[in-house]
Design a protein around this ligand. Structure first.
Ligand code: BGC
Length: 470
């Protein structure tokens, strides 16, 4: 192997011993976070003790799959957002109708980066969400016959769940204060009308009022929570209980069902770990990771997310490829920004077949095959590092659950996000990584990863449905 490549790839590999240590560090932060919460402190404030935010979801009821009715959701987690109408048909079946939009496209005339830009006042963002919902409500007669038999008639004020996939301090199910933006979103930062520090349920309800939209926010949830809830509703009866929700797309995060939540002073049983901010000296961050962090919108923040999530993998692959100092590669990548889809196409490249990525096809055309193979090896190493880190965090969460509830011998993890759902090799690696770490800890638990498409939108509607009935 080319010595330059060997060095770079080696800097990305996680040995089994290191994975065990990372898993143990994660368990330590998790346990410390619970204790801090129990004593009235804020997990995540002193990152040397606990860098996970461990937020209360205020969710107490996990649906059984038997609920029937109609409810709405708004789902915002990155540069896209959508309004969802969910028809709960019982027997774990949910029909959804949705309309989605991109924040970039919607406000191109107003500001080139769209509504995620720091100079856009927060109210504009919430106005845009509410209009998306209005559009869907105006077409609500589209409910399919089969389901509407069980569903409620359209109420005058529709119950709504808001999936807002950013760290929020949740005072109750329908009051959630945004702690900080992540995923490079900055709306309102440079204006008088900020979103950070504000209750996003209130901002949304005020936008409904401004636009005379007959909807009431019953719940604000994180997308991980939505995924756990909708997996619990939809999974087959033979599957083990769904106790963990994982998102691995633009951003990444985990929530889990904590059996002793009340003892640690939580109102709900589901804790949103906000593990994007996980930081421990044991984490393998090298020169390129530090460079990427420095040029991000939140240097020093979201260290774990910057190693694992889709928002950053393309950029990491680009930066590593440029480290090779190959003039032809530099030439190509100076005028093109790789995204995570390109990186995945590169990592799984088969020389005989064309890929879905234009830039990767160009690489194959103009670079010598030996160079393309080097880029492929680098890209694969970055994906594998991400998958191994995710395995460490999930194994640590499973170990937390089974250590304190030894009767649990099998559990499901609801999984959503394109990074894990669209890359089979990645999914497999995470599945094997979790089992192997649990075994190394001397424990036993069958863990099943269940793909839960659209979990965040469906979950919000489900939670709002249950809340509007209690
Ligand atoms: C956010 C989390 C979210 C995750 C996945 C992270 O950047 O902080 O709240 O769950 O992205 O969307």
């Amino acid at each position: 192997m080319d010595p330059r490549l060997t060095k770079l790839v080696e800097s990305l590999e996680l040995s089994k011993v290191l994975m065990i240590k990372i898993c143990q560090a994660f368990q330590r932060h998790l346990s410390q976070g619970l204790l801090i919460h129990k004593n009235g402190g804020i997990p995540g404030e002193d990152v040397s003790i606990c860098s996970l935010k461990m937020l209360d979801s205020c969710i107490t009821n996990i649906p059984s799959g038997k609920e029937t009715g109609v409810c709405y959701g708004l789902d915002f987690g990155g540069s896209n957002f959508r309004a969802v109408k969910a028809v709960l048909c019982g027997k774990g079946r949910i029909e959804i109708f949705q309309n989605s939009a991109s924040l970039k496209e919607s406000f191109q005339g107003h500001c080139p980066e769209g509504l995620v830009h720091a100079e856009v006042p927060g109210t504009h963002l919430f106005d845009r969400f509410s209009l998306q919902l209005k559009d869907l409500i105006d077409h609500r007669e589209d409910t399919p016959m089969e389901c509407s038999m069980n569903a409620e008639n359209n109420p005058a004020v529709v119950p709504l769940g808001f999936t807002f996939s950013f760290p929020c301090l949740q005072e109750s199910l329908n009051a959630a204060r945004l702690i900080t933006w992540t995923k490079e979103i900055e709306t309102g930062r440079a204006t008088e009308c900020k979103v950070e520090g504000k209750d996003v349920a209130k901002m949304l309800q005020e936008a409904f009022l401004r636009h005379s939209i007959p909807a009431r926010v019953f719940a604000v949830i994180n997308d991980t929570v939505g995924t756990l809830i909708s997996c619990a509703y939809q999974k087959s009866e033979d599957d083990p209980d769904c106790l963990i929700g994982l998102i691995l797309g633009t951003g990444s995060n985990v929530c889990y069902y904590e059996p002793m939540a009340q003892e640690f002073n939580y109102k709900g049983n589901v804790i949103n770990l906000e593990y994007g901010s996980f930081f421990d000296p044991i984490l393998p961050r090298n020169e390129v990771d530090i460079e990427l962090d420095r040029s991000s919108s939140n240097p020093g923040g979201q260290s774990f997310e910057k190693l694992v999530s889709g928002r950053y993998i393309g950029e990491l692959v680009q930066k590593y490829c440029m480290k090779l100092d190959d003039p032809a590669v530099l030439d190509l990548l100076e005028t093109y920004i790789l995204d995570t889809k390109d990186a995945a196409a590169l990592a799984t490249l088969e020389t005989s077949n064309p890929t879905s990525s234009n830039i990767v096809n160009t690489m194959k055309r103009i670079l010598p095959s030996s160079t393309v193979n080097i880029l492929k090896a680098l890209s694969l190493a970055i994906f594998n590092r991400s998958a191994d880190l995710i395995s460490c965090s999930l194994a640590a969460t499973v170990l937390r659950i089974i250590t304190y509830s030894p009767e649990i011998s099998r559990l499901s993890i609801g999984v959503d996000g394109s990074l894990i759902l669209k890359n089979e090799f990645y999914f497999e690696r995470v599945t094997c990584g979790i089992s192997s770490l649990i075994e190394s800890a001397g424990k036993k638990c069958d863990v099943k990863l269940i793909p839960t498409d659209d979990g965040s939108g469906k979950g919000a509607a489900l939670v709002a449905f249950v809340a509007s009935r209690s």
